[in-house]
Design a protein around this ligand. Structure first.
Ligand SMILES: NC(=O)c1ccc[n+]([C@@H]2O[C@H](COP(=O)([O-])OP(=O)(O)OC[C@H]3O[C@@H](n4cnc5c(N)ncnc54)[C@H](OP(=O)(O)O)[C@@H]3O)[C@@H](O)[C@H]2O)c1
Length: 234
């Protein structure tokens, strides 16, 4: 797909990976609408990007938003969707485990309510995460959700063809998702990435490059692209 002149709707497009994706698509000439619960966090996102308020868990609001923006060519969700739970499964709060699936429900809402407005050669991209295929202690909630997102996209790929859907799976990426600042943040990142072949956090732009690739390449569908510094090798 030649992105220039296309319309792109990016949920979670106001921060981190989603915002980097919105900027790269806009630089390539797309008209981008970046949506989140509090879009003011994007500040002045740059030329070609307009901001809109929306919650991926609100089906009624989503239905109206997507109808108002239709038709569009590119539909992306990088929205975290809600709280994320950490810890070993046998010790963790089951409500927290269940609530972590808000990310999947958000993606399901976006795809179900949004795919019908996609142009004939349109493309969808979702974001999972390396725990989907790792077994790191404490990451079972994120892993379960990420694996569900990847399976979801494989199934949907057959239903929406020739339109396409793919998943990009990040490793540890330095974004506002992590609240720590200064020395504490640097220490947390160094500890979290020390064992990786590429022993640093990735950047939102490095993940966005893979999302743009999945949009651009018309022969890629139903797959997951890892951008993870080799963490899955550890
Ligand atoms: N950073 C990492 O290391 C990492 C690793 C693996 C996977 N991921 C995944 O990558 C994706 C992007 O993460 P990020 O690191 O870029 O995080 P981020 O900087 O916190 O951005 C998350 C975005 O999602 C939006 N959002 C959250 N809940 C939403 C909702 N219910 N409805 C609409 N928008 C919502 C946020 O805006 P509002 O708060 O204004 O709604 C924000 O724009 C997430 O799915 C995350 O799980 C990240």
């Amino acid at each position: 797909m030649d992105v220039s002149g296309k319309k792109a709707v990016v949920f979670g497009g106001t921060s981190g990976i989603g915002l980097a994706t919105a900027r790269q698509l806009a630089e390539l000439g797309a008209e981008v609408i970046a949506i989140s619960r509090d879009p003011s966090k994007a500040g002045a996102p740059g030329p070609g990007i307009s901001l809109r308020q929306g919650d991926v868990r609100d089906r009624e609001g989503l239905t109206a938003t997507l109808a108002a923006l239709a038709p569009y060519d590119i539909l992306i969700s990088a929205a975290t969707g809600g709280e994320r739970a950490f810890g070993p499964f046998l010790e963790m709060d089951l409500d927290g485990y269940q609530a972590s699936f808000d990310k999947l429900w958000g993606y399901a809402n976006v795809v179900r309510l949004g795919a019908g407005h996609l142009s004939d050669n349109g493309a969808i991209v979702l974001v999972s995460g390396y725990p989907a295929r790792s077994t790191e202690v404490g990451m079972i909630a994120l892993g379960s959700v990420g694996a569900a997102v990847e399976a979801f996209a494989r199934y949907v790929a057959r239903e929406i063809a020739p339109r396409r859907i793919n998943v990009v799976s990040p490793g540890f990426i330095d974004t506002p998702l992590f609240a720590l600042q200064g020395a504490e943040r640097a220490e947390m990142i160094a500890e979290s990435t020390a064992g990786q072949p590429i022993a640093r956090a990735g950047t939102a732009d490095e993940v966005a490059q893979a999302i743009v690739f999945a949009v651009h390449n018309d022969f890629v569908t139903g797959t997951t692209i890892d951008v993870e510094g080799g963490v899955l090798l550890t």
